[in-house]
Design a protein around this ligand. Structure first.
Ligand code: C2E
Ligand code: MG
Ligand code: MG
Ligand code: MG
Length: 281
């Protein structure tokens, strides 16, 4: 019961988390307790191949389920976890869990297992131990590095001087590297010259705007052309309608992710979808 008041104290009358100054430290402490009590879990959203609809990858997305309240979105707690430094321990847990699930899928589905995308935040990228941590997780789960892709954002790479070196070390391990929310940062093209990414995740805002006007289509096409020219794969993010999916396919996109294909769901549901896919093929 003490814990109950503990978490609800961060909610306002509408039930939204109130992460403003006064409650910040308490929220950080609740996150810490949540990690110690196993209140975090991962859900996975499929990344599909547009021509076939086959699941070729999944993105791991973290959820916080406090014992005494509704599920909290990462958009609300990741910034707090970053600020408090908890993201280092939380990030290590996420990495380990995602690698465990990736290894289990690989054992059960072999070549049909999806590559697993794992988000890392700016603070994690500033940690010089990150590449070692990733190498260790791969080793413990006997996972080949090409089975995972680390998702980073431009802002994270620009957050500090050591980040680019860390990114290069990650790439040298052999893991995939995706630039998340691509196109929303300020120096996308400059960054592509120096940052050894393998995938561009074209931000949802460009996909939302894909309403058939020549300009919006030109932008979406350019972004996929940039990827193709540099030998990178492009993934369209946040695809919500069949119309968007068809248009993206016509514009040359090969991979997409979004509610139209699948919502993020627990590992067991992904497993069932993979089993079904194998039966159908
Ligand atoms: P992101 O990495 O860009 O993840 C994509 C977000 O878009 C996810 O929100 C996903 O559920 C949502 N999404 C996917 N398809 C659609 C769609 O068709 N329509 C709409 N409206 N949304 C869609 P989510 O899970 O709430 O995560 C939000 C952000 O929180 C992520 O953005 C990422 O920046 C961060 N995050 C999530 N999980 C992790 C994690 O494990 N570690 C770190 N460091 N950050 C994470
Ligand atoms: Mg992401
Ligand atoms: Mg994204
Ligand atoms: Mg995003």
């Amino acid at each position: 019961a003490a814990k109950l008041t503990g978490t609800n104290r961060f909610r306002d009358h509408s039930g939204e988390l109130d992460a403003t100054a006064a409650h910040h430290a308490e929220l950080a402490a609740a996150l810490r307790r949540g990690l110690d009590h196993g209140e975090f879990r991962l859900v996975y959203q499929p990344i599909v191949e547009l021509p076939t609809g086959a699941i070729t990858g999944v993105e791991a997305l973290v959820r916080w389920q406090p014992a005494d309240g509704p599920v909290v979105s990462p958009a609300e707690f990741i910034p707090v976890a970053e600020h408090s430094g908890l993201i280092i321990d939380l990030g290590a847990w996420i990495l380990d869990q995602a690698c465990a699930d990736a290894a289990a899928w690989h054992r059960r589905h072999g070549a049909g297992a999806p590559r697993v995308n794992i988000n890392v935040s700016a603070r994690q990228l500033l940690d010089p131990d990150l590449p070692g941590l990733v190498a260790d997780a791969l080793h413990r789960h006997r996972l080949s590095p090409d089975r995972i892709t680390i998702e980073i954002t431009e802002t994270a790479v620009f957050a500090g001087g050591v980040a680019l070196g860390t990114v290069r070390e990650l790439r040298e391990l052999g893991v995939g590297l995706a630039l998340d929310d691509f196109g929303t940062g300020h120096s996308s093209l400059t960054l592509l010259r120096t940052c050894p990414v393998t995938t561009l995740k074209v931000d949802k805002s460009f996909i939302d705007d894909l309403n058939g006007t020549a300009e919006q289509e030109a932008i979406a096409t350019s972004l996929s052309t940039i990827a193709a020219t540099l030998g990178l794969r492009a993934v369209a993010e946040g695809v919500e309608t069949r119309d968007q999916a068809d248009r993206l396919h016509a514009l040359g996109y090969r991979y997409a992710q979004g509610y139209y294909f699948a919502r993020p769901s627990p590992a067991e549901e992904i497993d069932a979808a993979l089993a079904e896919m194998a039966l159908a093929s």
